[in-house]
Design a protein around this ligand. Structure first.
Ligand code: HSE
Length: 402
């Protein structure tokens, strides 16, 4: 029997308990041993809860119990999760987490401590909720040089953009509705401004290049500037707008960013709608592969945490390899990256815009008082220079089909 503890009995933590209870037989069979929840750490009391007798309020009970081999950290946030995790790993207890903030901030250090203490720090649930993406990168695509990862990594923003597209609604009202339905947080900034997707692509980029990609270095732009008019233009040119998180190695340079992009119907991410997430991974031998599913929610996320518990149970006393070095990866600024841009200018700026951008594809969408077009491919710094000379209303980057 392997005894485990769950730290944090909120949405994901209670999901972990539910998954272990409901799929007991499967999980025990696949672990090779029976998994038993011994403690659940939380500050709150849970009178009447079937697991009431497992609730503890003092982390020392868990950390000081040599019988505990695996801990699920589902608390979220940096403190005290960082200290608890570090101490658990130093004591040789494996930790499975859904905490993307902690993984993105202290991932390489915690992985190193785990390996030095013959245990594991696993984080499948930290990116893409229930979608297996960390494990494919770590164990499945090992014959590949992965050179590009592009994903829809935030369900809230994808829900908002999908709804704006389908219902012709504006950003503010769609966000309000998403909050009412419980899809968006009361404080939606981390999702809407792209910070959540930024942490997730930092984790994937680090696994892609084996070095530490700091989330603070990743250019991040959210969706609060996207309007209904942008969707009118997107439709007119057979495209939609998605918040993409991407990481790309090109001629020895590494680019990473989060921003809204226009993508066309042949792009594999075009059909990813609502709260769903998807990640496209490009390997130099395999070409493209795609991972799709529920990127958030109690049971999908908990399922990913429990899959890590099973992995840890199969590897008690053994290290599961994970190549994520503490050495910092040098990102090239996105101003050096080349792409096409969708641009809106005031009607009276038409000739100035045509002069500045030369070759353009004009988009006819009959928006009064505006002229819109898609530029040729050019480095972002060149685009910025031409846009400054013209004076534009807005621009959205174009992601070409894969
Ligand atoms: N707020 C996140 C999302 C939850 O909307 O995708 C999962 O990390």
């Amino acid at each position: 029997m392997i005894q485990i503890a769950v730290m944090g009995y909120g949405t994901v933590g209670s999901g972990v308990v539910e998954v272990i209870e409901k799929n007991k037989e499967e999980i025990n069979k696949k672990s090779g041993e029976e998994i038993e929840i011994r403690y659940i750490l939380d500050l709150r009391e849970f009178p009447g809860d079937p697991y009431e007798d497992k609730i503890v309020h003092d982390v020392e009970q868990i950390l000081g119990d040599p019988g505990i081999k695996i801990i699920c950290e589902t608390m979220g946030g940096l403190r005290p999760a960082y200290d608890f995790t570090k101490r658990a790993l130093l004591a040789g207890k494996s930790v499975c987490t859904s905490n993307k903030e902690l993984v993105a901030t202290h991932g390489p250090e915690l992985i190193r401590i785990a390996h030095e203490n013959k245990c594991n720090y696993l984080f499948e649930a930290s990116v893409g909720g229930g979608i297996p993406i960390i494990r494919p990168l770590n164990y499945s695509l090992t014959a590949e040089r992965v050179d590009a990862i592009t994903g829809i990594l935030n369900g809230t923003t994808n829900y908002i953009l999908s709804k704006m597209e389908k219902e012709g609604a504006g950003f503010e009202e769609t966000l309000r509705e998403a909050q009412e339905k419980g899809y968006a947080e009361r404080n939606p900034e981390a999702d809407v401004e792209g910070y959540d997707a930024c942490r997730k692509i930092a984790i994937l980029s680090s696994l892609m290049c084996g070095k530490n990609v700091k989330y603070q270095d990743i250019y991040t732009e959210g969706i609060s500037g996207i309007t209904q008019t942008d969707f009118v233009y997107a439709h007119a040119c057979g495209r939609t707008i998605k918040l993409l998180a991407q990481s790309r190695e090109e001629d020895g340079r590494l680019f990473a960013m989060v921003a809204p992009f226009m993508i066309n119907k042949s792009h594999p991410l075009y059909m990813v709608n609502g709260v769903f997430n998807a990640v496209c991974v490009h390997g130099n031998m395999l070409g493209d592969s795609m991972y799709y599913g529920r990127g958030a929610g109690k049971l999908p996320t908990a399922s990913a945490v429990v899959s890590d518990v099973v992995d840890c149970a199969r590897h008690i006393g053994k290290v599961i390899m994970c190549f994520w070095d503490a050495q910092e990866a040098a990102l090239t600024g996105i101003e050096k990256a080349s792409r096409r841009f969708f641009v809106r200018v005031a009607q009276e700026q038409e000739s100035k815009a045509l002069q500045a951008f030369e070759q353009v594809s004009v988009i006819k969408a009959h928006v009064p008082g505006e002229f819109a077009f898609i530029t040729e491919r050019m480095p972002e710094e060149e685009f910025n220079d031409r846009a400054r000379r013209t004076g534009i209303i807005s621009r959205i980057r174009i992601e070409e089909s894969m």
